[in-house]
Design a protein around this ligand. Structure first.
Ligand code: NOJ
Length: 514
């Protein structure tokens, strides 16, 4: 079991935009190695690296054309191995991004699969057996193959769906193969080979893209859960230390499937965006937000997932607006006090720790569309291209945030009141208190209904910590006879305890040992 996950704090790196070392305007793996000390100093001890494999880059690398090769723009397989080694030397861990649901149309499996004559890749993807029949409800790629058929897609229309079979194949549709048919079994074996390859080279596990999407006609995900249990058995046998984090958003299912952790997603029923990214986010000081629907859903999931506490709440990611688009100043600090005091491993999206902005009005880059503004180059200092690259500005992968007062790492490091220092402080406090860590229990005291404070008790090993967050610009109270023994963290004016009432001043936060 990957015990390091219990204290893991992740930093998500979008490799294109982190650090360019060869002046081509695009980030690379040597750049990540160079910045490991920065990540470590912040307090993060693990990395989730977005896909860095050979790709047609129609979806920024989520359209893999060779699972076994680092894309030349990022370096070589040797460079990646070196990154694993350097991370390990520092006691850090690296998760690669596994994209098992689909490939690029340029992948040789797909090139073979498109051929009219039968070959070992004929059943590697989900094909109907006539160009005139489309796979229902899945979208399809049609008219580009000699083979007579339509191929199901898994995301964009250039991402053909790999075939892991159908949980309930429709007997009238012979092309819907059961999960244990030879084609689907070969696909799963091929994906295990990919995992085996990178785990052998030294990676510590995977963040799995669209993990719940693999088996088709699988309404309750029973087939997909079974498939991941099969993968879990393989990992337990061959790589017991491999860590698995799913992009699934249904922890009761993913944890059953053998994942160690699941993400809260910004879409679907989680109400994650009620907190950070809606018209009136809970963490806005306007005080018009409401966290209660989020809390209700969170508790439901927490119970369903046997209180294992492995629901990960990201500060953001490459698919959603930057936190800074809707929250500013103190609001962001209180949001981080929340993110870094919840169960599950926290994930910090590169640049969120300095409050990097969403860059407005960018032309889409590599399938980014509205997401492009959250993928701009990391802002390190006041040097050329904010220290990201020595390339001419027009050659940068995505333009930099052009605003004069854009935040930089160097300026925030020099300013003790910065978001960077707040995040660093919060991480250190989390790591010193077992109750605040990934596996500590949580019980909500106040659910943030109608902008009331959000308050919860974290506990582990007989230790209890009360967390109180009042992002609103108004003083607020919660009933409860708490007698804190020690203040572990405090932001804004001090929160007070008297007459069986907790009084939280406007825009305040505190962690208290009970
Ligand atoms: C989720 C990834 O995070 C996103 O960036 C990608 O476009 C889709 N999955 C498809 O792989």
């Amino acid at each position: 079991m990957a015990a390091w996950l219990d204290k893991a704090i992740f930093y998500e790196i979008y490799p294109q935009s982190f650090q360019d070392t060869n002046g081509d305007g695009i980030g690379d793996i040597p750049g990540i190695v160079q910045r490991l000390p920065y990540i470590q100093e912040l307090g993060c001890n693990a990395i989730w690296l977005n896909p860095c494999f050979a790709s047609a880059f129609g979806d920024a690398g989520y359209d893999v054309s060779d699972y076994y090769q680092v894309a030349p723009r990022y370096g070589t397989n040797e460079d990646l191995k070196h990154l694993f080694e350097e991370a390990h030397r520092r006691g850090m861990h690296v998760l690669l991004d596994l994209v098992p649901g689909h490939t690029s149309t340029a992948h040789k499996w797909f090139q073979e699969s498109m051929k009219a004559e039968k070959n070992p890749y004929t059943d590697r993807y989900v094909w109907t057996d006539s160009i005139w029949e489309e796979p229902e409800g899945m979208g399809s790629l049609r008219g580009i193959s000699d083979r007579d058929g339509s191929c199901a897609v898994n995301f964009f229309s250039h991402q053909p769906a790999l075939n892991y079979g159908f949980y309930r194949p429709d007997p009238s549709k012979k092309w819907q193969q059961p999960m244990d048919a030879p084609g689907p079994r070969a696909t799963l074996a091929a994906m295990k080979d990919v995992m085996r390859f990178w785990l052998t080279l030294g990676c510590d596990g995977f963040r799995v893209d669209m993990a719940g999407s693999l088996v088709k006609n699988d309404e309750d995900s029973r087939g997909t859960i079974r498939l991941w249990q099969n993968v879990r058995d393989f990992l337990d046998r061959e790589f017991p230390h491999a860590a698995m984090v799913s992009e699934w958003g249904e922890p009761d299912k993913s944890l059953q499937g053998g994942f160690h952790m699941d993400f809260l997603l910004h879409f679907g029923p989680s109400h994650y965006n009620d907190l950070f990214r809606c018209e009136e986010p809970y963490f806005s000081s306007r005080g018009r937000g409401d966290a209660s629907a989020f809390v209700k859903k969170y508790v439901e999931n927490y119970e369903k997932a046997a209180r294992k506490g492995m629901i990960c709440i990201p500060s953001g990611n490459h698919d959603m607006d930057r936190l800074a688009r809707s929250l500013s100043g103190a609001e962001r600090k209180i949001a981080f006090a929340f993110l870094l005091s919840m169960p599950g491993a926290p994930f910090i999206y590169y640049g969120d720790e300095i409050g990097m902005n969403y860059v407005e009005n960018l032309v889409s880059v590599e399938g980014g569309y509205g997401r492009t503004g959250s993928r701009s180059p990391m802002q390190w200092d006041n040097g050329a291209n904010a220290g990201f690259s020595s390339a001419p500005p027009e050659k940068l992968y995505i333009p930099l945030d052009a605003s004069k007062n854009r935040p930089t790492v160097s300026a925030q490091m020099a300013d003790k009141t910065s978001l960077y220092h707040e995040v660093r402080r919060l991480i250190a406090i989390r790591q010193e208190n077992a109750a605040l860590q990934n596996k500590g229990d949580i019980a909500f005291v106040s659910d943030g209904k109608d902008a009331a404070p959000l308050a919860y008790i974290r506990s582990a090993q007989g230790e209890q910590v009360l967390v109180v967050l009042n992002p609103s610009g108004r003083e607020a109270t919660i009933a409860g006879a708490y007698m804190p023994k020690k203040t572990l963290y405090s932001f804004g004016e001090e929160i007070s305890f008297a007459n069986e009432t907790v009084t939280a001043p406007p825009c305040s936060a505190g962690f208290f040992r009970l």
